[in-house]
Design a protein around this ligand. Sequence first.
Ligand code: SF4
Length: 427
Amino acid sequence: MNTADSERLGAALEQMGLQPVEKAAEADVIVLNSCVVRQGAEDKVVSNLAWMAPLKKKQPQRIVALMGCMVGPKSDELARRFPYVDVFMRPQEYEPLLELVGERLGVDWEGCVGPLTPVRPDVTCHVPIIHGCDLMCTFCIIPYRRGRQVSRPVEEVAQEVETLASRGVKEVTLLGQTVDAYGHDLAENPSLADLFMRLNEIDGIERIRFLTSHPMFMTQEIIQAIAELPKVCEHINLPVQAGDDEVLNQMRRRYSRAEYINLVSRIRQTVPDVAIATDIIVGFPGETEEQFQHTLDLLSDLRLDKVHCAAYSTRPGTIASRTMDDAISDTEKTSRRQRVEHQQEKIQTEINAELVGTYQEILVEGRQRGKWQGRTRSNKLVFFEDQAYHLGNLVTVKIDRSSPWSLQGSLAVEARLVNPVHSRGDN
Ligand code: SF4
């Protein structure tokens, strides 16, 4: 979501005549877009801010802005801690910076800035379709920082995707904190499935992805649309967070372990070759060894394609921070995280090994260390070597080798040349 916000702010600044530069030290305007979903992310923001102080001192007319989830409704405390920051902006709150840049340039920013569609997008592009979240998971700071759920109308999203297609984008990833709740707040009450149908018609777009789903909102209508619409990829990120009912209840996740298992089973029955990823938090306040074992067992039984595992850290301002005791030691949290990762590595090794010898459709996204790289429809990273230019093409790759994290293959067929407009070489 932050990447998408940054792209949009970048588009606005470019419309005002600014250009991106390679190094922050060379920039007249530096924007740090912050994530504070975990303590580690917040620490990184603070250290980056410290690094900017001398840059500002050296060139006082330089504008330094802090955007994103670190900025709450009141920024007094931040202004005290970081006096060299000129502007504080909440997520998607671009105006204060645009106003300041407009003042410096002597232009009216509202007259310059049109739709905030990325100007030079990559082959794949993020498209936010919902801002905010209406749920109140006890560990999560996002609803406090990004506000209530607001869905963008279907036609507004469709127009943006059409523009992106005209700029060479082949794959869009629709973003929302609870992306499958799309439309619940709109008057016409469209669903994510309705949006999929509209976007599936857009010429030039080859693939549609979506992040992140909440198990409570994943309806059969959406699952059916994933199965039936050719451009919608068979990949679902469906965070379960824990495999124990008491912990799920403490987290206020609003589903049970059995309901999650049932949902995964329905998805697998309806969508052939679907890949399902999940998020896990270990060391939630009060999580016992037995409760943690329930999470390990769930992951072992479901054999999901990917698990993003994080150790719990208290986020000030959340319900958990006010009402629960974060008493599990860091050592224990790390050990639980490593046990999840170790088990999952074995599962992914086996799942990916089954793909060796198969032919996979890959959208080529770029080059790394002399190899082309792209993803399967199920979001698995694939590398292959070839001298020809393939960026933005859909190709078929025969998978030769696998690891838990990626696949290596050889070009089988140039499946379809999808008229790449990009001219980037190696990156
Ligand atoms: S669904 Fe829960 S975890 Fe996700 S953004 Fe909303 S409150 Fe946070």
